[in-house]
Design a protein around this ligand. Structure first.
Ligand SMILES: NC(=O)c1ccc[n+]([C@@H]2O[C@H](COP(=O)([O-])OP(=O)(O)OC[C@H]3O[C@@H](n4cnc5c(N)ncnc54)[C@H](OP(=O)(O)O)[C@@H]3O)[C@@H](O)[C@H]2O)c1
Length: 290
């Protein structure tokens, strides 16, 4: 028997087993997420919005958080599924905002199964020129915000007998990026805390996944802070991947209970290179920075 994928005139026949496997994976994802509640920080745009959408599309209840109530409500409208999504204002730099988001989620859905620490921004500057106030502010969001949220949600997950924490880190958490060094430092720190917590929380049935995207086409660059010494260390030819691709990889990593997802997979190459022969990677980045 031949089955045709949807796609118009150029649709190609595929074997039943391939399609069956895809359908089975979709079905399993739907079954796994039905009735689950997912909270996403920084969900008003970009990767956070895409993660909220992919989980909602697979049947989960989703709580979307961002600093701006209007912006995150607009994102909720784009995500759809109004009957099982909620948008709340929450600045992850303030523990009281996080606690309020947890208690409103419990009030509305009576549970939290997955907490995604996605809120974050960049800061482009050299180490020599870096403004300390801007650096601390970024740490407050990218690192302390995630740690505060973990501390707020771990007791809930423990009480429920398990759950998942997903930290959206970066390839910059594996390769220190010149002229984006402080941002890299926040992501190295996030990788360390997530991977250590994974071991600590295993006995409680709480799973921790770290997601490390490479360059993603979002408003991230425009939303990054800019200091005095801004230089690009990404080849101009790199177009980046979509936020939706990161979201799909995150969902897959969650379903497979992975410890880490690096997306796109080609980013494993520079990460491995940096571990084995860091001098070569440093030389290449130095050339790009001019
Ligand atoms: N784009 C990339 O190339 C890339 C690559 C690797 C990793 N990442 C990581 O992916 C995550 C999402 O980035 P993105 O590309 O989607 O960037 P983005 O489009 O600029 O989105 C950032 C999100 O974070 C929220 N946010 C910022 N500060 C916040 C705070 N203090 N409290 C709560 N929410 C806050 C923003 O919402 P409001 O402004 O509405 O509060 C927005 O929803 C970040 O952690 C980033 O480091 C991005």
């Amino acid at each position: 028997m031949q089955i045709y994928t949807i796609g118009g005139p150029d649709c190609t026949p595929r074997s039943t087993s391939h399609i069956d496997l895809l359908r089975a994976a979709e079905y399993n994802a739907g079954m796994e997420l039905m009735g689950k509640v997912v909270v996403v920080t920084g969900a008003s745009m970009g990767i956070g919005e895409a993660i909220a959408k992919v989980f909602a599309d697979h049947g989960a209840g989703v709580v979307m958080l961002s600093r701006d109530a209007g912006r995150v409500e607009a994102a909720r409208t784009r995500v759809g599924h109004p009957e099982r999504t909620l948008a709340l204002s929450c600045d992850v730099r303030h523990r009281e905002d996080i606690d309020r988001a947890v208690s409103l989620t419990m009030h509305h859905f009576q549970r939290v199964d997955v907490w995604v620490n996605n809120a974050g921004h960049g800061l482009l500057d050299s180490v020599a020129e870096l403004e300390m106030a801007a650096c601390r502010d970024m740490l407050d969001t990218n690192f302390f915000g995630a740690v505060s949220a973990m501390q707020a949600v771990i007791p809930v997950l423990r009480q429920q007998g398990g759950g998942t924490i997903i930290n959206i880190s970066s390839v910059a958490g594996h390769i220190p990026m010149p002229f984006h060094a402080a941002y890299s430092a926040t992501k190295f720190a996030l990788n360390a805390i997530g991977k250590a917590a994974r071991v600590e929380l295993k006995r409680d049935g709480v799973h921790v996944l770290t997601v490390c995207p490479g360059y993603v086409r979002t408003g991230f660059s425009e939303n990054a802070g800019r200091g005095k010494d801004v230089k690009q260390v990404r080849p101009g030819s790199v177009r980046g991947i979509s936020a939706e691709r990161v979201a799909r990889a995150t969902l897959k990593g969650y379903l497979k209970r992975k410890r880490e997802v690096i997306v796109p997979w080609t980013m494993h190459i520079p990460v491995k290179f940096y571990q084995l022969i860091p001098g070569v990677v440093e030389w290449a980045m130095g050339r790009m920075a001019g």
